[in-house]
Ligand binder design. Sequence first.
Ligand SMILES: O=C([C@H](O)CO)[C@H](O)[C@H](O)COP(=O)(O)O
Length: 223
Amino acid sequence: MMELLEKLLKSKNLQVALDFIDLKNAEEIAKQSIEAGADILEVGTPLIKSYGIQGIRRIREIAKERIVLADTKTADAGDVEAEIVHLGGGNIMTVLGIMDDATIESAVKKAHEYGILVQADLINVKDILKRAEEIKRLGVDIIGLHVGLDVQKKRGITISDLKNEIKKVSELGVIVSVAGGLNKNNIVDLIDLPINIYVVGGAITRAKNPLEEAKQIVKIIKG
Ligand SMILES: O=C([C@H](O)CO)[C@H](O)[C@H](O)COP(=O)(O)O
């Protein structure tokens, strides 16, 4: 666990979000992401809902020694969902930061017993800095700032609109992950910020040439 925490803290990483309902499509993009040099494969929430533990296992097999994040977006029964991620072979799980502290504590306790890291997803949290401070005290390893897909579509905003919040959260001394509408153009804008994990979904999975797109994004992130 310490080794993984250190890697994430000391470097900039690309996480490719495999937000698929179909496993074959997810497998194909997972392979291309690895070839392009992505650091983390995300078993997207739709994929977990479609395939559960088997879906996480399949992406684990493809990822080999790379990191697998299971985007469980846990809302209750944190310990049970940590168990699910453990059975699938995931390295990181996500909990919703907006939920009760009890759920976050339960996920952290069980996940850490298994050597799994916990990321709190601050999607839809109104006072991001205040909640990030509280969540850090609960033992969470990664804070994820996130503009969800529906908000992106309805309000036309992306995670690039939260630059101030990103800076302030990073000052708490936590691993910072950002997600929500990232692509090769707006990542350039965020590259000087203290961000450890850039999550890219649609810009790679829906690209004409996902391999080429992922390669270009890796180049921007790694410099
Ligand atoms: O977490 C996500 C979303 O809530 C759907 O499950 C996405 O993985 C995340 O937003 C990244 O996807 P893009 O916004 O398409 O880059």
